[in-house]
Design a binder for this molecule. Sequence first.
Ligand code: ATP
Ligand code: MG
Length: 758
Amino acid sequence: MAARPAPYLDSLNPAQREAVERLDGPVLMLAGAGTGKTKALTTRIVHLLNTGRAAPNEILAVTFTNKAAREMKHRVGSMMGQAIEGMPWLGTFHSICVKLLRRHAELAGLKSNFTILDTDDQLRLLKQLVQAAGIDDKRWPARALAAVIDNWKNRAWTPEQVPASEASAYNDKGIALYAQYQTRLKELNAVDFGDLLLHMVTIFQAHEDVLAQYQRWFCYILVDEYQDTNVAQYLWLRLLAGGHKNICCVGDDDQSIYGWRGAEVGNILRFEKDFPGAHVVRLEQNYRSTAHILAAASGVIAGNKGRLGKELWTDAEGGEKVRLIGHWDGEEEARWIGEEIEAMQRGTRGMDPLSLDDMAILVRASHQMRAFEDRFLTIGLPYRVIGGPRFYERMEIRDAMAYFRLVVSPSDDLAFERIVNTPKRGLGDVAQQKIQRAARANGVPLVEGAAILLEEKGLGGKGAAELARLLTCLSRWGRMVGDKSLSHVELAEIILDESGYTEMWQNDKTPEAPGRLENLKELVKALEQFENLQGFLEHVSLIMDNESEDVAEKVSIMTLHAAKGLEFPAVFLPGWEDGLFPSQRSMDESGLKGVEEERRLAYVGITRAEQLCTISFAGNRMVYGQWQSQMPSRFIDELPEDHVEVLTPPGLYGGGYGAAGMQSSIEEKAARADVYNSPGWKRMQARAGQRPVSQPSEAKNVVIDMAATSAHIVGERVFHQKFGYGLIIAIEGDKLEIDFEKAGTKKIVARFVTGADD
Ligand code: ATP
Ligand code: MG
């Protein structure tokens, strides 16, 4: 039979072509960002189909997100020039495992109609177990247990397999509770997310016949973003590929960014061991980015040790250097980026006009999104948040807003329902039904219904006392709304504190809790820009309304994690400040592991850009509710200067901002003027752009610190915008210990003080 034409091969380079055409046996494609790994993988599917090696349903292809799966299906279809008859096994690990587990549920002690618990259900269940075991769930929150169990499941450990070295987890009770939890899930005919893989691995291990059936069925296996697989996923793949060994994995060790979720970059290194004779393909040409962008990314990632090491090149010469700009604070950063986006839409810097779809803002922490969302709303710039709820849709924000709504309008029943038992007040379903009945019987809102219920002694125990307390608080907060001596921002803080809501997250030991607290602080900060609570609530309802509006073109906002595999002509990377990026947590960790993962995230961020990459940082940021002076990220020092252009911060008096709802006072402008003219700011600018990068990074830091502090000496009299005049009593790196005349002794980052005589 004559070979069918394969025009899709023509657009590949020889290395890619090799990876596509070598269909049999294990293949590992190990290559840097933008080298066409995903393209080659997609073409490989097309080739399998076109050569008749496999039918669509015999190919198992794993992507990292559902979105990536949809895109891959779409591309395969368009390369084939026809809609393909389904590819049921192209999806994420989870979506594929759900399908498999439904077929074999009984082998895991489940029925095929099992339910998949969401995080809330999972926590409720764990909490019941924790309480039943007589454990104080204030000290040992159920969320912490959930995190421990999740981690074990990622390693493919059933309760019996958890090693003794983990015995101390969750106050020595982790393993026993894990076993009880699994039993309870079976009784409920339910699984959690981690179970999907764990059950499948267990089934395959225990039932050779079942495994053999799928080994034969999935005659070709393909995996994208292989560097981010965890142990359970890895075992699952190894089992399935164990027969024919036709497995092709593509990945980039420099883009491994899910270590915190159990991913093991070591899986790449094990590949050649587990699949002896594996054919390793290396791709070196980057087709995505300009030379400047690529050089910047390579410069940063070079700071990591123990890399497999890859060369990358591009023939896309020219283009813009990576742009770097410092701002006064996060709000200003958002305003500037908003203006840049509008300028790019019109066409700027000799570039063709870009569509909003061509631009993305990639943040390190989701709380950074708020400033952009608010700003874009104000100027009417359509945006979408990818891979997560938009700021005002987050659980903690909705909860807090429900409190505010209830204080402003006590008849807001939906708000009442949302918060009556959040934090937990012992007002479960039964109590809530009683409140509903009392309200309906009297034709009044729930708040009043609750008061009537209490009056009639229709509720007893802890719930009654807590409800009474909540009602008293609500009416007191309501009176405060009209109190002129109290700002609405202070009131918001009082509400979040007295309601116990902030405390609920403070006591929460899960990895998400700090992020949620941070979001709450962001919310309070957003309030500052409005005159009162009412105005703010209206603003937010507008945002929510905006959602339904169907505008085709939108700027994308997402976290760096969610940006994996994607590409955009123009990319903004805001918030490059130590403590934010790299995150404080990674910096606090002993050893380099944490910061190295952050550095890989920086590499992922920069390499998303095709034509223009703009990195920014702010000198001030609200961190945990306090204004903090920020140092530019250490990653900025690592950007090779030849490939970076340092931009001047926007002009002092407005630069045409016309900021609605954000009037800077004269003092603020003066303060800004002072900072921009201060030696500290200039040093920061200098540091941002003109570091030699060929030196090892430690030596560089020494240079920087000396540069940053050399302008000051112990005993010098200096001025700080907020604390006034003082004497330097010690110098430690870039921090000055200053004895202020009025404010006492404080440690201040050098760039925020000026010589008293400047
Ligand atoms: P990442 O590591 O970021 O996931 P990747 O290696 O998967 O990147 P792709 O997304 O497959 O890279 O490709 C990057 C870009 O380069 C895409 O726009 C793709 O269409 C293009 N590309 C890939 N290979 C070629 C080629 N041989 N010729 C022209 N363009 C190519
Ligand atoms: Mg890819």
